[in-house]
Ligand binder design. Structure first.
Ligand code: C5P
Length: 315
C-alpha cells in the first residue's frame, strides 16, 4: 500500500487501483445497523482506475472516463468518494496535531476504466488510490492498519481495494484476510448499461428472502476450488447470493450470462450487486474468443486477469 520512494519535483504521484470480482458472495439477513453480514472472497482483476495527485494550494478534483464505458453519471463536487477520503485524512491529521485548520489541498485527477456503478468496486478503487496518494503527498505516513481502519469507515469494499490480490472478507466485507492464490484466472467482463444501485439490490434481496439465515453461506468450498488452480473446478464453485436479486430486477442479465456461456465461457455470473457480468474462461486465449463473440452481438466486452495488486504507486 504505502511506498517509501521519494517524490519527484513538482510533487506529484499516480496511484493505480484495480476492479474486484466476488468469487464467492454469501449474504446473511441484515444486521441491526442495516448492513448484511458477508462471507466473501474478493479477487482484484486487471481493470484499473489511475489517480494522479499534484501538490497545490487549494483542492480540485476532475474525472476522465474511458469512452469504452459509454455515458456515465458521476457524483457531483463534495459527493465524490475522493473528496470524502481527503476530508477524512485531514480530520485525522487535525486530531493528531491538535491544531485545527488543515484543509485538503491538492489537484487530483481520476482516470476511470473500471465500469461505473457496476458492482466492481470502481468507487472503492478510487478511494483506495486516494488514501495511498494523499497519504504520500501530505507526508502523513499513516500506518497500514490505520489506513485500513479509515478505509472501512468509508465503504465496505475499500479495505480490499487497498490490499488487492485475493482475499476473504467478513463482517460487512471490510474485515479482510489475504488468501494464497497461485492461479492466473482469465475473465471476460461485460459492463451492462444502466446501473443497479447496491442498496437497491440488497433491499430487493431482503424482499425476496425474508427468512434468510443471519449466517452467510461460507466460502470454504470456493477456497478449496481456488487452491486447485483449475478453472474448470473454480467455475463450479463460483457463488453470488445477490445474483437472484440482480437478475430479478434486470432479467436481461440472465440472458447475457447464458449468451457468454454459449460463447465458450466456463461460467458466467453477476459481479457483486451488478449489473456488470463476469465470465470465467479456460485461458486468456479463450477469454479473447468469448469477448470477440459477445462484441459481435453488440456487447461491450473486456478481457481481464486476476489476481493483481492492490492500490500502488506507478509514477
Ligand atoms: O459499504 P458500502 O458503501 O459499500 O455500502 C453501500 C450500501 O450497500 C450500504 O449502504 C448498504 O445498503 C449496502 N450494503 C449492505 N451490506 C453490506 C455492504 C453493503 O447492505 N455488507
Amino acid at each position: 500500500m504505502t511506498d517509501p520512494r521519494p517524490l519527484t519535483d513538482p510533487r506529484r504521484l499516480t496511484v493505480r487501483a484495480a476492479a474486484k470480482i466476488n468469487l464467492h458472495l454469501g449474504v446473511g439477513a441484515p444486521r441491526e445497523d442495516g448492513f448484511h453480514p458477508l462471507d466473501t472472497v474478493y479477487q482484484a482483476v486487471s481493470l484499473y482506475d489511475d489517480l494522479t495527485a499534484t501538490e497545490a494550494d487549494d483542492w480540485s478534483l476532475s474525472t476522465v472516463v474511458d469512452p469504452a464505458l459509454g455515458a456515465v453519471e458521476l457524483p457531483g463536487p463534495g459527493e465524490n468518494i475522493v473528496d470524502k477520503v481527503a476530508d477524512l485524512l485531514c480530520s485525522e491529521r487535525r486530531g493528531a496535531e491538535r491544531s485545527g485548520g488543515v484543509a485538503p489541498a491538492a489537484h487530483v485527477e481520476v482516470s476511470k476504466a473500471i465500469p461505473v456503478a457496476g458492482g466492481m468496486a470502481g468507487g472503492s478503487a478510487d478511494a483506495a488510490a486516494a488514501f495511498v496518494a494523499l497519504d504520500r503527498l501530505w507526508n502523513l505516513e499513516t500506518p497500514d492498519e490505520v489506513l485500513l481502519d479509515l478505509a472501512a469507515r468509508l465503504g465496505s469494499d475499500i479495505p480490499f481495494s487497498l490490499i488487492g490480490g485475493t482475499a476473504r472478507g467478513v463482517g460487512r466485507g471490510e474485515v479482510v484476510t489475504p488468501v494464497d492464490d497461485d492461479g492466473a484466472w482469465a475473465w471476460v467482463v461485460v459492463p451492462a448499461v444502466g446501473g443497479l444501485s447496491t442498496p437497491a439490490v440488497y433491499r430487493h434481496w431482503d424482499a425476496m428472502f425474508p427468512d434468510a439465515s443471519p449466517e452467510p453461506a461460507p466460502a470454504e468450498r470456493l477456497l478449496k476450488a481456488l487452491a486447485s488452480g483449475d478453472p474448470h473446478v473454480l467455475a463450479t464453485a463460483l457463488h453470488n447470493d445477490l445474483q437472484a436479486a440482480a437478475v430479478d430486477l434486470r432479467p436481461d442479465l440472465g440472458e447475457l450470462i447464458a449468451e457468454g456461456e454459449a460463447a465458450g465461457a466456463l461460467r458466467g455470473m453477476v459481479s457483486g450487486s451488478g449489473p456488470t457480468c463476469v465470465f470465467l474462461c479456460e485461458s486468456a486465449e479463450s477469454a479473447r474468443a468469448v469477448a470477440g463473440e459477445l462484441r459481435a452481438s453488440g456487447h461491450t466486452a473486456l478481457t481481464a486477469h486476476g489476481p493483481v495488486a492492490g492500490a500502488h504507486v506507478v509514477a
